[in-house]
Design a protein. Structure first.
Length: 652
């Protein structure tokens, strides 16, 4: 997994982590000529789109995660219905979600039901500091911290196949590395399974508990897999190779005889491969014209779920694990399937459907009765989906001919006769991806009359390993020039005003925003930096200790703060802040462990010396992203007010 200033995307849980919910999201395939050339006008509502306030957009409920109770009658999930994330439970027959946790200060995310009773695991940090602890909610409602202590981070890795135990990683012994522990399901007695002194990362555990798959990153495009035998206490190198090849363990088969893993060896895209643990033989099991993103088995082992990252969308394939035949499903609503989960007995299937104009909604399908039921309605009741915008995948050629894919939101009213202002949105990473799917921020901007282009510049994930590696040691240069070319592309569409284009991004995208303002100050009318890096030297020296296993790869990607000091100074906006001449907004979480607050403090102070308008928002109870609705609402409101002021001459 590539180290990222933004959060990691999980195959099982995709959680909004910043204003847009895509700052950390997940090279360029050939596109049809008509897709590259022109954005197709969307079909506007017959009555014209209604304008909605940010309060109305934020009334939408975000939900994620799904875990069946032991009897298969209820589903556990996370929701920000209360204004902050908490754990909820809902009958599979529908009804009103019941809160299991009632935190009002720190977000709680449900992990899962225990396999044989109604106990629940959940995780919580403190005001966004990412020092997550693992908790159990007992059947009487009491809560217990299973990973007590200060300055540690812990998370569940897997359940043992028979339900007698579960596996947790924690960096309590050494802040730099995560050790693996087994907890007994009955009394929570803990046993050290793997003492990590080599900087490896636990990826997967076999159901019988014998095998542990671990990875070691050398660069962001090159890593290895290792296999640890808990019986013999030996470590075996599974993927010796030459050159840059990425490997990522996915899942052991139900019999604990084979390991499924991803590899781009000999291919532009990640393929699914299988290694036999007895004889070490490896074969390609599945490949596609895009990256296979993940695969996992149902609890009973009868089914396998695979996700393919197809042009910014996730395509889910569910098959019989023995025959590889597709699982028959009823007709489903339009949108992408996400977070597919089977009940323990395999009789029910839970999943989310998400679309550009529809946020996550939870569904459950009963195979015996063949009944499909929608359990939630997440979009705010006041919002009509037809007023929102269906995103488009567009491509354009950059300065050197490289084709750059993007996700585009065109306001309903945008025409050659009524040209609209635009925002180029840059995702987090490095190596993130702007993807299809519901985004309150994107939709609010489009609803307020702003075209939004979510650019997947060179270095973005999902478009092949050559494209992915094309930004290495080039940050602030070639990827930035892609953003400059995106401005020209927007102007060529005919319905965007070329004099009213902003650039905005979060995390690494915030860095790209500052880089654009400093290194190409003539290009954009304004910039909005959200949790962004201004000084690579400081950021690389202050990364969280638990990123130690990725340090070498991160330095190879961006630069070594000692060996490459001059290069990093040359590509850090803070040292060139005197060149910033256009209005700037900066947003920062006080508890951010990834991009620390001085990154924003100093760029704001430096730009103010230029006499340039600067707006600075600091949220005292947030980290690297937003976990509280009130803060997300305030940030979104201020962003639109800032854009209205500088791109529309004062707004409405």
């Amino acid at each position: 997994m590539r180290p990222s200033i933004g959060r990691r995307l999980s195959a099982a849980v995709l959680v909004s982590c910043a204003v847009l919910g895509a700052f950390c999201a997940l090279p360029a395939a050939a596109a049809p000529a008509e897709q590259r050339a022109q954005a197709t006008p969307p079909r506007p509502p017959a009555r014209g789109p209604k304008r909605y306030t940010i309060e109305q957009f934020m009334a939408t409920t975000s939900i994620t995660g799904a875990s069946f109770s032991a009897d298969g009658q209820r589903l556990l999930f996370s929701s920000n219905q209360s204004g902050i994330w908490n754990a909820y439970v809902l009958p599979v027959t529908g009804g009103t979600p019941e809160p299991l946790t009632r935190s009002t200060t720190d977000s709680v995310f449900a992990v899962g039901f225990f396999p044989d009773d109604d106990r629940v695991l959940f995780t919580r940090d403190r005001a966004g500091d990412e020092q997550n602890h693992l908790f159990v909610r007992e059947t009487d409602g009491t809560e217990r911290d299973l990973t007590p202590g200060d300055r540690l981070k812990a998370e569940l890795v897997a359940w043992q196949g028979d339900g007698s135990g579960f596996y947790v990683i924690s960096n309590e012994r050494d802040p730099k590395f995560f050790d693996l522990y087994r907890y007994d399901t009955k009394d929570y007695a803990r046993t050290l399974v793997y003492r990590n002194e080599q900087g490896l990362n636990v990826e997967s555990i076999s159901r019988d508990g014998r095998w542990v798959a671990l990875s070691k990153a050398r660069t962001t495009a090159d890593n290895d897999l290792h296999l640890y035998d808990t019986r013999s206490k030996t470590l075996k190198h599974l993927t010796p190779h030459q050159g840059n090849i990425r490997h990522e363990a996915q899942a052991f088969d139900p019999a604990s005889k084979r390991l499924y893993f991803l590899s781009d060896e000999g291919s532009e895209f990640a393929q699914l491969r299988v290694v036999d643990l007895d004889d070490g033989s490896v074969r390609v099991h599945q490949k596609a014209d895009w990256d296979i993103a993940f695969t996992y088995f149902s609890w009973d082992g009868r089914h396998r779920v695979t996700g393919i990252n197809e042009d910014g969308s996730t395509k889910i394939r569910i098959t019989d694990a023995a025959t590889e035949q597709p699982l028959a499903l009823p007709p489903l609503p339009a949108g992408q399937l996400r977070q597919v989960t089977f009940s323990k007995d395999g009789q029910r299937l839970a999943f989310y459907v998400n679309g550009d104009r529809a946020p996550n909604n939870l569904f459950v399908h009963d195979f015996k009765s063949r009944q499909l039921r929608q359990l939630t309605q997440s979009l705010a009741r006041e919002i009509v989906a037809d007023d929102l915008v269906e995103a488009q995948v567009l491509r354009f050629k950059s300065f050197d001919g490289l084709v750059i894919p993007s996700i585009y939101y065109r306001p309903h009213e945008a025409t050659p006769e009524r040209k609209v202002p635009a925002v180029i949105f840059v995702h987090g990473g490095p190596g993130g991806q702007t993807r299809r799917g519901y985004s309150a921020m994107m939709q609010h901007l489009a609803n307020q009359g702003y075209a939004v282009l979510g650019i997947n510049h060179r270095g973005s994930a999902g478009y092949g390993k050559s494209f992915y590696a094309a930004d290495d040691r080039k940050h602030g240069r070639e990827p930035l020039w892609d953003c400059i070319e995106a401005k020209a592309f927007l102007a060529s569409l005919g319905h965007v005003d070329p004099e009213r284009i902003a650039i905005m991004g979060g995390s690494y995208g915030g860095y790209m925003t500052l880089a654009a303002m400093a290194f190409r100050p003539e290009a954009f009318k304004v910039g909005i930096d959200i949790f962004g890096v201004s000084n690579w030297l400081r950021t690389l020296e202050s990364i969280p200790p638990y990123w130690e296993s990725f340090r070498e790869a991160l330095y190879a990607e961006i630069g070594d703060p000692v060996k490459d000091k001059e290069f990093l100074i040359a590509t850090s906006p803070l040292f060139h802040a005197k060149e910033i001449r256009k209005p700037l907004m900066v947003i920062q979480g006080r508890n951010d462990p990834r991009v620390i607050k001085p990154e924003s403090d100093e760029i704001v102070e430096a730009v103010k010396k230029n006499g340039v308008p600067v707006e600075y928002l600091v949220f005292d109870d947030e980290g690297h992203g937003f976990s509280k609705k009130r803060n997300e609402l305030e940030a979104n409101r201020r962003i639109v007010e800032f854009l209205d002021k500088h791109l529309k001459g004062g707004g409405r």
